[in-house]
Design a protein around this ligand. Structure first.
Ligand code: PLP
Length: 394
C-alpha cells in the first residue's frame, strides 16, 4: 500500500509543471532576475486577490513581519501582543526590532488568541497586536479590530498560514493595518524557494516597506534608514503568479478534505476536532486535532485508562508512522517556554491552554491533491490505533 505523506508537493508540480517550466525558462532567457515586470505584476495580482491597494514582495514571511514592525516604527521600549502558540518567527521578529513580545493565551477550540484575555495584557507600552491566523483559521477580526481601535493600537496580521482565508467575507491581510504573508513551499500559496509579501491599504506604509527592504534607500544610493536586503526574485514571482490562479481551487479542495475529516472523525473517542468560527472561512493549511487521554464528557464509550496526553499523542504518532501515515506536531513547546524567551519571565502554567495544546496536538495529512483513499487510510489508521491502545490498557 502507498504511504500517506503529511504533504506532497510533487503532485502539485505534476499538475502545473509544464506551465511553470515554460515560464521559468522565459525568465531565465530574459536576463531580468531581480525586480522587473514579473515581480511588479505579481505584486499587483496579489494585492487585488487579497483586496488591498498595496502589496510588496519580500524574501520571506519572517521578513514581512520584520518590515511591518519597522514600518510602524515599533522598537525599543515598545510591547507587541501576540500568541505563544505559533511558529517562532512571529515573536522572534518582535524581538528583532527591539520590542518585547507579550503573550496572551489561546482558545483550545481554534488554537488562536483568546480575545477575552486580550485587554488585560494591554499596557501603556503596547503599540500593536500581532494575531496569527493559525493553521489557516481566521480570528474574529471584527472583535479584534474593535479592541485595537479602542486602545489606539496597530494590528499586524500574521497570515503566513492563511492565504485566501476570509473573515466576514473579507480576506485576512486586508482587515488589519498590515498583513504579512509567507510563500514558503508548504504554505497554501507556496513558491519554489523562499518568498513573502506585506499587504496594506496605506500607501505611506507600503512606501516605507519598499524603502526598508532596499537597504533603507529612498532613491538609489541615498540611504535614509538602516534597512535590509529582502527581495522576492523574478523566478519566484513568476511561479507564484501561475499558482495564484489555482489558489481558490486548491483552498476549496482543502476545505472539502477538512469537511470529510470533520464528518468521519467526530465519533472517534479521544479525538477533539478543530473548530471553524461561524464568521470565518478557513483554508486549512493544517488539519490539527487534539488527542485527549481523558474521555470526552458526552461520549457514550467507557473510559479505559490511557497514558497521559503527551504520551498518547506521541504513541499515536509513532503507530501511524509504522503504518506509513505521516503526521506532524505543530507546536510541541509554546514560545513562552522556549529557552530563548526565558528572560521574559514566564513559567510553566503561565498559559495553560497553549501548554496543553502543545502536548495534545497532531496535524493530519491535508493538501489539495490528498485522495479519498489516502484520507480513508488516515481515518482508519487513527481509529485502529486508538481502539488498539484502549484494548492494550484494559
Ligand atoms: C511560516 C511562518 C512564518 C515565517 O514564514 P517564512 O516564509 O518561513 O519566513 C511566520 N509565521 C507563521 C505563523 C508561519 O507559519
Amino acid at each position: 500500500m502507498n504511504n500517506v505523506p503529511p504533504l506532497d508537493l510533487s503532485r502539485q508540480y505534476a499538475l502545473i509543471g509544464d506551465e511553470v517550466s515554460a515560464a521559468v525558462l522565459d525568465v531565465l532567457a530574459s536576463g531580468r532576475y531581480i525586480g522587473g515586470p514579473a515581480v511588479a505584476s505579481f505584486e499587483q495580482s496579489f494585492a487585488s486577490y487579497i483586496g488591498v491597494s498595496e502589496s510588496v514582495g519580500c524574501n520571506s514571511g519572517t521578513d514581512a513581519l520584520f518590515l511591518a514592525l519597522r514600518a510602524l516604527k515599533i522598537g525599543l521600549g515598545d510591547e507587541v501582543i501576540t500568541t505563544p502558540f505559533t511558529f517562532v518567527a512571529t515573536a522572534e521578529m518582535i524581538s528583532a526590532v527591539g520590542a518585547k513580545p507579550v503573550f496572551v493565551d489561546i482558545k483550545a477550540e481554534t488554537f488562536n488568541l483568546d480575545l477575552d484575555k486580550l485587554e488585560a495584557a494591554i499596557t501603556s507600552k503596547t503599540r500593536a497586536i500581532m494575531p496569527v491566523h493559525l493553521f489557516g483559521q481566521p480570528l474574529d477580526m471584527t472583535r479584534l479590530m474593535a479592541i485595537a481601535s479602542s486602545h489606539d493600537l496597530a494590528v499586524i496580521e500574521d497570515c503566513a498560514q492563511s492565504t485566501g482565508a476570509e473573515w466576514d467575507g473579507q480576506k485576512v491581510g486586508s482587515i488589519g493595518h498590515i498583513g504579512c504573508f509567507s510563500f514558503f513551499p508548504t504554505k497554501n500559496l507556496g513558491a519554489c524557494g523562499d518568498g513573502g509579501a506585506v499587504t496594506t491599504n496605506d500607501p505611506a506604509i507600503a512606501a516605507t516597506v519598499r524603502m526598508l527592504k532596499e537597504h533603507g534607500q529612498s532613491a538609489r544610493y541615498l540611504s535614509e534608514e538602516i534597512g535590509v536586503n529582502s527581495r522576492l526574485d523574478a523566478l519566484q514571482a513568476t511561479i507564484l503568479q501561475i499558482k495564484l490562479r489555482h489558489l481558490d481551487t486548491w483552498n476549496s479542495q482543502r476545505r472539502a478534505a477538512a469537511q470529510r475529516y470533520h464528518q468521519l472523525l467526530s465519533p472517534v473517542p479521544r479525538v477533539t476536532l478543530p473548530q471553524e468560527l461561524p464568521g470565518g472561512k478557513g483554508v486549512w493549511n493544517q488539519y490539527t486535532i487534539s488527542l485527549k487521554s481523558q474521555e470526552k464528557s458526552n461520549s457514550i464509550f467507557p473510559a479505559p485508562h490511557l497514558p497521559p496526553s503527551p504520551h498518547l499523542r506521541d504513541l499515536v504518532r509513532s503507530k501511524l508512522q509504522e503504518s506509513g501515515i505521516g503526521s506532524m506536531v505543530y507546536y510541541p513547546l509554546p514560545l513562552h517556554l522556549q529557552p530563548v524567551y526565558k528572560s521574559l519571565g514566564y513559567q510553566q502554567g503561565s498559559f495553560p491552554v497553549a501548554e496543553q495544546a502543545g502536548s495534545e496536538v497532531l496535524s493530519l495529512p491535508i493538501f489539495p491533491e490528498l485522495s479519498r483513499d489516502q484520507q480513508d487510510r488516515v481515518i482508519y489508521g487513527l481509529k485502529d490505533c486508538l481502539t488498539g491502545l484502549a484494548e492494550f490498557s484494559d
